[in-house]
Design a protein around this ligand. Structure first.
Ligand SMILES: [Zn+2]
Length: 338
């Protein structure tokens, strides 16, 4: 009998002047406060000396929530663990990149009262507790900006308790947390990634520092998998090419007791869903990414699956509904307090 994964030991939630001060900085202060935030991730719970992070000129309000969101789905427990958010000065054209459709996209943002400027980009790794397996999907940005480690701590999830890490694709905001100071962050975990995707990045003539540190250096830890493969009991990869050529999403469970972990196959939570053919500037092949989205969105609605999108706004978990042919809408789940 597996221990109840829904009830891990809670982390220390006692007020802590350093932590509270840092939380006051919030996402908006993340860039200016990168150094103090980085220290906070590695600092002991009780610093030997009083904390004196530099006060921002205009203190931000405390962040809402606590960085994670846990939901029971069928027999599994899904925990969205935020890697934080990055400032996004303008949503267009990055998240709706078709040059000839900018006015159409802007009108949709206005219709839904979604901020088009001075907003943020979210990063939402997911932990799936399934029986004795604890699977992390994508790992955030790592380094000084990544908040995954801190928020795993808040969620009561020890990095050493992760039994498998699945990587949807090789972009830096998904692989950056695989290592910490040059060592594997999830030392006990099997590392899984699509073979085509891994090889695309690992065989670059001049791989980026992130690829070098997190993919090439961990070569011996990786098990390379195929589209449509059952990689662990109840977990099947789904080919979702276009954002990158070898992008894989992950289906856990099935039907209303299942969840599609989209990775970046979801694109933008409003524009990519509502507007058939819309693509994102980071899509390697925008037309293919848009076709893939139509296929996967249709499947999610048809099968009644839960869905989570990596860049959807936190808590980044809910369902889709069909508005009409080729047009969908994301419905965030109603917040669950337990
Ligand atoms: Zn991404």
């Amino acid at each position: 009998m597996a221990p109840d994964p829904a009830a891990p030991a809670l982390p220390d939630l006692q007020p802590n002047a350093r932590r509270d001060t840092l939380r006051l900085l919030g996402a908006a202060g993340a860039v200016l406060a990168a150094a103090p935030l980085a220290r906070a991730q590695t600092a002991p719970a009780t610093p030997a000396t009083p904390a004196t992070p530099a006060a921002p000129a205009t203190p931000a309000l405390p962040m809402n929530g606590n960085g994670f969101y846990r939901q029971k789905i069928g027999d599994m427990t899904l925990t969205v663990v935020s890697d934080g958010a990055a400032p996004l000065p303008a949503l267009l054209p990055t998240w709706g990149a078709n040059p000839e459709r900018q006015a159409e996209f802007a009108a949709t943002l206005a219709e839904y009262s979604v901020a088009a400027a001075n907003t943020v980009n979210h990063f939402n790794p997911v932990v799936l507790d399934m029986g004795t397996q604890r699977i992390l999907v994508d790992t955030g940005r790592g380094g000084t900006g990544g908040q995954l480690a801190a928020n795993l701590g808040r969620a009561g999830i020890e990095p050493g308790s992760i039994t498998a890490v699945f990587i949807t694709h090789g972009h830096g905001d998904h692989i950056g947390g695989l290592t910490t100071n040059g060592s594997p962050t999830f030392a006990n975990a099997q590392h899984l990634m699509g073979e085509a995707e891994y090889n695309f990045w690992a065989t670059q003539a001049s791989p980026s520092a992130a690829v070098q540190a997190n993919l090439i250096a961990l070569k011996d830890k990786f098990t390379l998998v195929q589209p449509g493969q059952t990689i662990l009991p109840g977990l099947t990869t789904v080919a979702t090419p276009g954002h990158t050529a070898g992008h894989l999403s992950l289906l856990a469970g099935s039907g209303p007791s299942g969840v599609m972990v989209l990775g970046d196959a979801g694109g933008h939570f409003l524009l990519s869903l509502k507007h058939e053919g819309a693509y994102v500037s980071f899509d390697t092949d925008g037309a293919l990414a848009a076709r893939t989205r139509q296929t996967i969105f249709d499947r999610i609605v048809t099968e009644g699956l839960w869905v989570t999108g990596y860049h959807f706004p936190f808590q980044a978990l809910g369902h889709l509904r069909r508005l009409g042919a080729g047009s969908y809408e994301y419905e965030p789940t109603v917040w669950n307090w337990s």
